[in-house]
Design a protein. Structure first.
Lengths: 344, 248
């Protein structure tokens, strides 16, 4: 019997068979400007593993994505491809309607979404539309499929919570970077899908969109380089930006730095700022207030550079250097450049 | 304009997170509770609407009697009245369902929630509430103005922001930006005194499905100690990031 990694008791054979028969899986594969986000492939990877354990397949629904074939690399075997100019800008209610109708068409019992700003906007609406129980911030494969239990982040990454979903249809959102990419090629069937949208779906109107272009965003970045008061002033920020450029990283800052106006609020990461779940988080001149740590703690590897060896960040970091940021940054940038030159 | 501000009563960020009863319940022992930070930005914005545009502000919480201290704090900050739905919240759907009942009977024009609470980090109540009510909904809302029956809002998106217009009634999932941190208010003595005489209504919950339930909690495995490199050993750091952590 195939089984999702399971710490609870295995379900009875008959029960498992029943689940296999009913639990088809739909993912919403998010794209921007026609291109899939990395989290869409992560979600597909996750869904494929769950689908294999249940003996079912993964169907994806996409909105205005150009080329959907990449999804098959990560195990998606069917795509419902929605192309509609009305959906050019993200609109939560309309997109939720798309996902809901796709789920109904496929009789999907498990609907999976990512944890981007847009997908987190969508998921609760989808769950109400489908009378589905919803678990967000999911960080691993189901702990058990009967009853259906998942592990999720809670208490600002200070604890996990095992949540049981009791409804027939279930909605999950997968925390970013919690599963990773797993290639698992499947043959892909594409199908044009035209859900019926009504005017009420567009009652919330997008008037304008401002997006920084040509910069890695904090949300999409694998590596985030973040600066605090230890950088001594906005005039030194280029040192941090140079390091970020050498790593292909996004830049961010601590709350005091945005409060002082050294950097815009949009770069503030932490509990009341943006959350960071990167592969690598480099904190430069940041002491590590508990509110800051709460926002960045789901990052995989954390590096701290700080003059104060007693700074709380050293307690949560994986690697650290006690030293002056302004002196270390240019040398570190140089080392990274040399490393990249040798390893590319 | 009638505004309903939904308030979560959550452990302060600095609280020790522990569990009891075989890791099935949060250990409230010694925990300091606060207004959920995202809700506090929304509450402060609501008070701004009250002062500038004559709005009436009701705060609501779904919780036990212990949450009344948090509601009184919101009253001391300036809310006109408070409602507590007398129930232990079991999941986000349960809370949204209770709030939808309160919203329907109160006829509010604007319902302000925080984008996410500090405790369960579900981020689901605002969207569920808007869907149950079939009201317009803006999540991750960082700016909000209201003119007559229409609202303009800004929403944080990955890498930028969106400007949005929507008719009332409207539900938002708010966050920092609605007001800045420096605009948050600490209750003054007069506010605290007045809050004692403001109306706090206790309602009984309506029946709800138990769509999900938290069955158990776990704490992350203890972290190993930081690996330190000397300031002149940057090669050591780069090497560790490449060969050991495999992140570059």
């Amino acid at each position: 019997m195939e089984q999702v990694p399971c710490t609870a008791e295995s379900p009875a054979e008959g029960n498992a068979q029943k689940i296999k028969n009913i639990m088809s899986i739909l993912i919403y594969a998010e794209s921007a400007d026609g291109k899939f986000k990395k989290v869409a492939f992560e979600l597909a990877s996750y869904a494929k593993t769950v689908a294999d354990s249940l003996g079912t397949n993964v169907t994806a629904v996409t909105v205005n994505a150009d080329n959907v074939s990449d999804l098959s690399k990560y195990g998606v075997s069917k795509v419902l491809k929605v192309s509609n100019d009305k959906l050019k800008n993200f609109n939560a209610k309309a997109y939720a309607d798309v996902v809901k109708q796709a789920a109904q068409k496929e009789s999907a019992k498990l609907i999976l979404l990512s944890s981007t700003t847009d997908s987190l906007y969508l998921a609760p609406i989808v769950s109400i539309g489908l009378d589905a129980g919803f678990a967000s911030n999911v960080v691993g494969l189901p702990v058990s499929t009967s009853p259906f239990q998942v592990k999720r982040n809670a208490f600002s990454n200070k604890a996990f919570n095992i949540t049981e979903i009791n409804t027939d249809v279930k909605v999950l959102s997968l925390a970013k970077n919690s599963y990773g990419l797993v290639e698992n090629a499947a043959s892909l069937a594409e199908e044009a899908f035209s859900p019926s949208l009504n005017d009420a779906d567009f009652n919330v109107k997008v008037e304008s969109v401002e997006k920084t272009t040509g910069k890695v965003t904090i949300a999409d970045a694998d590596i985030v380089v973040s600066g605090g008061r230890g950088l001594k002033g906005p005039e030194n920020w280029h040192l941090l930006e140079d390091l970020a450029a050498s790593l292909g990283a996004a830049t961010a800052c601590s709350k005091p730095v945005s409060d002082l106006g050294w950097r815009p609020h949009s770069e503030h990461v932490g509990q009341t700022g943006k959350p960071v779940a990167a592969n690598l988080y480099v904190a430069v001149g940041i002491s590590g207030a508990i509110q800051h740590i709460a926002g960045i703690n789901s990052s995989k590897v954390k590096v701290v550079i700080n003059t104060d060896a007693d700074a709380p960040f050293f307690k949560v970091a994986d690697y650290g250097i006690v030293g002056d940021a302004l002196e270390i940054l240019p040398r570190l940038t140089q080392k990274i450049k040399e490393f990249k030159a040798h390893n590319s | 304009m009638k505004i309903l501000v939904c308030i979560s009563h959550v452990p302060d960020t600095t609280s020790k997170i522990n569990f009891v009863n075989g890791d099935t319940e949060f250990d409230t022992n010694g925990v300091q509770y606060v207004i959920n930070p995202n809700d506090e930005f929304g509450l402060t914005r609501a008070i701004w609407f009250q002062e500038q545009q004559g709005a009436n502000v009701t705060v609501v919480n779904v919780g036990g009697a212990d949450a009344e201290a948090t509601l009184r704090k919101a009253l001391a900050i300036g809310a006109n009245e408070a409602i507590r739905v007398n129930a232990t919240p079991t999941d986000g759907f349960f809370v949204a369902k209770q709030l939808a009942e309160v919203a329907k009977s109160g006829g509010y024009d604007l319902i302000i929630c925080g984008r996410e609470s500090l405790d369960y980090n579900g981020g689901m109540v605002p969207g569920m509430l808007a869907s149950l009510l079939d009201y317009n909904f803006v999540n991750s809302c960082t700016e909000l103005t209201v003119d007559g029956s229409s609202a303009k809002a800004a929403r944080e998106i990955d890498g930028g922001k969106e400007t949005i217009s929507a008719a009332l009634p409207l539900v938002i999932g708010g966050q920092k930006g609605l007001v800045e941190e420096k605009d948050l208010r600490i209750p003054n003595m007069r506010g605290i005194m007045t809050a004692r005489t403001k109306v706090l209504t206790v309602l009984e919950p309506v029946a709800s499905n138990n769509n999900t339930k938290a069955v158990k909690f776990e704490k992350p495995a203890p972290k190993s100690a930081v690996k330190l490199f000397a300031a002149d050993d940057l090669d050591g750091l780069v090497n560790a990031l490449h060969n050991e952590a495999k992140v570059i």
